[in-house]
Write a protein that binds this ligand. Structure first.
Ligand code: ASP
Length: 444
């Protein structure tokens, strides 16, 4: 039996925004001795209108390149850390790291170096407060020159280094290129760092602590107090994030998914909430609601092409799609009938290419009719439980019909994990509410 249960815990910016939040984080880590590796973000906003340290650091870089007084900006950031250190009552010298940062800036440090210092400083402070070792991410997380994560080298070096440090804090968001230059992930990338650390130490669980108690079944701006999703598979999460339901950086799934490590989204401000568990596969021991989540996104157009006997014309679909490919537009969905096919694309991507695309399709396949409709929204109903539940589609459509919304198009993924309906943009929220209402009584 495995005795050394390991959790990697990543804390987002709002969890480390000030000393009071730091204290919650420290308590959470101390409450469970398996929380051995900690990955912090930089301090986020304390209140609305406040600044995020990372944004200020980018501002500092801009001041450097525009030859403004960058030292003033850096001092505002230092002030912020001084408040944290004071509030924690720890003996921590801020002068040395800030002198070192200023020196690097003077000698021409790039924007990634400057932006990464938010995480670097937070990790130093947290390590000191916890009595954990500090491991600089630049020494264990590597990027290829193309800017992609060098997963192979990172795994090799990081797993070896972590074995030497039973408890450590590793700053999120950055690593280094082969020449040692600091390189960051895209914004929100500490989620990815946490995932990489979890894989490197072969963690049993990757806890991602933020300011919400997990994923919600629907967007709370649309549905009043939606329920939290207890368990979601990576696959379902992907479907929902594609529709814009974002809590986690998209790239953070890959490293842990490969290693079969579950992710638990937790709330630093409500540590007793169980949060959402993201798992690779839900076997039958994990009970599933019929639907896991509902998400909607506007800004779509559908091009409907009709032609008699289309079904017997080999290559019809390819010719239509080739035109979109030529103009670098990827299609989102392809609902089709016997003599018609629809191509759903983002309206923004069509932009000023709509007329040429329509003309070229007309020349290529000589349709009986072709029609473009803009202002559509897609609503995705996602759930692994749908496979075993009869009548789910019927329930979705009667709920939508009852609120008087006209469904423009339907697309059910062949995996039976999702049903996507397209409605007029103005009806999107109403549709989501109707579906939520219909299924909310079944949600555990
Ligand atoms: N601090 C960085 C950002 O604001 C990275 C992160 O928080 O994950 O994007």
């Amino acid at each position: 039996m495995k005795t050394d249960y390991i959790k990697v815990v990543k804390f987002g910016g709002s969890s480390l925004a000030d000393a009071a939040q730091f204290k919650k984080v420290i308590q959470i880590i101390r409450d469970d001795e398996s929380r051995r590796y900690v990955v912090p973000s930089a301090p986020g906003k304390r209140f609305s209108g406040d600044f995020k340290v990372t944004d200020k650091l980018y501002e500092c870089y801009n001041a450097v390149v525009t030859e403004k007084n960058w030292m003033n900006v850096l001092n505002v950031i230092k002030e912020r850390y001084a408040e944290i250190v004071d509030g924690l009552g720890i003996d921590f010298d801020l002068e040395t790291p800030f002198d070192e940062i200023a020196k690097h800036i003077e000698s021409g440090a790039g924007s990634d170096y400057i932006a990464s210092r938010g995480e670097y400083l937070n990790a130093l402070i947290l390590a000191a407060a916890l009595g954990y070792d500090f491991i600089d991410a630049a020494d264990v997380l590597f990027f290829e020159d193309s800017g992609m994560l060098d997963a192979y080298k990172t795994q090799k070096v990081m797993s070896t280094v972590l074995k030497l440090h039973p408890r450590a804090v590793i700053p999120g968001f950055y690593g280094s290129l082969s020449d040692g230059t600091i390189k960051t992930f895209s914004r929100g990338g500490s989620d990815v760092s946490g995932s990489v650390v979890a894989r490197a130490c072969n963690a049993d669980l990757y806890e991602n602590w933020t300011d919400v108690s997990g994923f919600l079944v629907a967007d709370p701006r649309i549905v009043d107090s939606p329920k939290t999703i207890d368990v979601i598979t990576y696959h379902e999460l992907r479907e929902l994030s594609y529709m814009g339901a974002n809590v986690l950086h998209e790239d953070s799934i890959f490293p842990v998914r490969m290693a079969g490590i579950p992710i638990n989204i937790r709330n630093t401000n409500k540590p007793s909430d169980k949060g959402t568990m993201i798992i690779a596969h839900a076997d039958s021991s994990v009970s599933a609601n019929i639907i896991t989540g509902i998400a909607g996104k506007g800004g779509f157009s559908v091009l409907t092409i009709e032609k008699d006997m289309m079904n017997s014309q080999v290559g019809f679909g390819r010719k239509v799609l080739q035109v979109f490919e030529k103009y670098s537009i990827s299609f989102e969905h392809l609902p089709s009938g016997i003599d018609s096919m629809g191509v759903i694309v983002s309206t923004a991507a069509l932009d000023r290419k709509r007329d040429v695309i329509i003309n070229e399709i007309c020349r290529s396949v000589e349709p009986d009719s072709i029609q473009l409709e803009e202002g559509l929204a897609l609503v995705a109903v996602v759930g692994r439980g749908m496979v075993n539940a009869c009548g789910t589609a019927a329930r979705i459509f009667s709920a939508i019909a009852e609120v008087g919304v006209n469904v423009r198009m339907i697309d059910q993924g062949s995996s039976e994990y999702n049903i996507i309906v397209s409605v007029a943009e103005k009806d999107m929220n109403k549709t989501i509410r109707a579906i939520y209402e219909e299924f909310s009584r079944d949600l555990s």
